[in-house]
Write a protein that binds this ligand. Structure first.
Ligand SMILES: Cc1cc2nc3c(=O)[nH]c(=O)nc-3n(C[C@H](O)[C@H](O)[C@H](O)COP(=O)(O)OP(=O)(O)OC[C@H]3O[C@@H](n4cnc5c(N)ncnc54)[C@H](O)[C@@H]3O)c2cc1C
Length: 363
């Protein structure tokens, strides 16, 4: 057995990085292989090119909810990360139809669940977890394509861009399950039950896109607006204040426009509609943006598969996939979609990492 070989973690999203951090803390040698040229996976906090002074803006996740999410709340404290509450003071707008002005609503006190943001964006969490790892633990631009268990139990991986195969004492896979089913070949083959189990775990938010409009100040607050909008007109269905804790202003929106329509229209036309909507809702100042950032997750093959273009109708049934027995626990699945609780969220990604590490250590 390759007992002296590292545990290989596939994927350097929050789940993979936390898994590596927990193993390292227990003195277990590990290595993280990541397909993209960056760490973070669905976490993506971007600066405006040539204006880093404006701050970092989240194009993936934004919040955590301390009331329900104890694991991330504890980790944030442990890592000493700075956070602030989502801004929601002032009036909310409701856009019912294109032919009438948006209606204004007073948000009832205490009606909104407290959601918390990171100073510097969620990337601050990713960077802090990655900083707990020994140099050289993470290998970027390494897309795993196959995982093979030999007759004697040894495990080897193949990856694009790597000539030699990589030996592992065990493998922890932290990718969205559908991406595993589509992109990784297993020898021996996964059982039909396991494949079905993977395909039946749609990737959380993979059908979504985010647009973030950046301004030199949050001007809507000056006229008593919270930045919160609910729209039946679109293309953005939900808009929120995404300003950093101080200085610049920003509004971000989730799309009501389906992934297929966005892909057919193309980025330029989609963003033109976004600017029209923001101007309709917040007045001419909204057109005067410093930047308009955009990320469509549905067309990113490291997150989404074609089936993910369909919006989710119900909350999916997440949890670890079933049917891995033939691998003798040499392969463990983590990643937010495999969490028993808070699957889909950052919290789920962390909980899945804890479960995977305890399963490995129990072997
Ligand atoms: C638009 C959007 C908004 C969201 N908002 C929130 C929010 O506000 N709060 C919240 O809690 N959650 C939110 N989420 C969900 C949150 O982003 C995820 O729960 C979390 O980031 C998942 O982490 P993960 O490590 O499980 O998976 P991922 O971040 O998807 O990590 C998987 C990693 O595997 C890599 N990979 C893929 N294929 C391979 C391969 N073959 N070989 C090697 N590496 C590979 C990927 O590049 C990626 O880095 C949001 C997500 C999106 C997209």
């Amino acid at each position: 057995m390759f007992v002296n070989d590292p545990v290989i973690i596939v994927g350097a999203g929050l789940s993979g990085l936390r898994t590596a951090s927990l193993l390292t803390a227990q003195g277990i040698k590990c290595s993280v292989l990541e397909a993209r040229g960056r760490i973070g996976g669905r976490v993506l906090s971007k600066e405006v090119a040539e204006r880093p002074d404006l701050g970092r803006f989240d194009l993936g996740p934004t919040w955590f909810w301390p009331r329900y999410e104890r694991t991330i709340t504890k980790l944030v404290k442990e890592l000493g990360l700075e956070t602030f509450d989502q801004y929601n003071k002032g009036l909310m707008l409701f856009e019912r139809s294109r032919n009438e002005p948006a209606q204004q609503y007073v948000m009832p006190e205490g009606n909104v669940e407290r959601s918390v943001r990171f100073i510097g964006g969620v990337q601050s969490l990713i960077d802090a977890v990655a900083a707990t790892l020994p140099t050289g633990t993470i290998q970027l631009n390494t897309q795993v394509t196959s995982i093979r268990q030999e007759g004697n139990g040894n495990i080897t991986l193949e990856a694009d861009g790597i000539r030699d195969s990589i030996r592992a004492s065990a493998v922890i896979i932290t990718l969205p399950p559908r991406v595993v089913a589509r992109n990784i070949t297993f020898r021996p083959e996964l059982s039909p039950d396991l494949k079905t189990s993977l395909v039946n775990k749609p990737t959380w938010m993979a059908a979504q896109a985010k647009a973030v409009a950046v301004y030199d100040r949050p001007f809507w607050r000056e006229i008593g607006l919270s930045g919160l909008v609910s729209s039946w007109v679109g293309p953005l269905q939900e808009i929120q204040d995404a300003s950093p804790d101080a200085g610049a202003g920003a509004l971000f929106g989730f799309f009501g426009m389906p992934a297929k329509t966005r892909q057919e229209l193309g980025k330029e036309k989609v963003l033109k509609l976004v600017v029209e909507q923001l101007t309709r809702l917040f007045g001419p100042s909204a057109a005067n943006m410093k930047a308009l950032l955009y990320k469509d997750w549905s067309s990113d093959p490291d997150t989404a598969v074609a089936e993910d273009a369909e919006p989710l109708r119900d909350y999916p049934s997440y949890g670890p996939p079933v049917g891995l027995e033939s691998w003798g626990k040499k392969i463990i699945f983590a990643g937010t979609e495999t969490a028993y609780e808070q699957g889909g969220h950052l919290e789920g990604a962390l909980r899945s990492a804890e479960r995977a590490v305890s399963e490995l250590v129990e072997l």
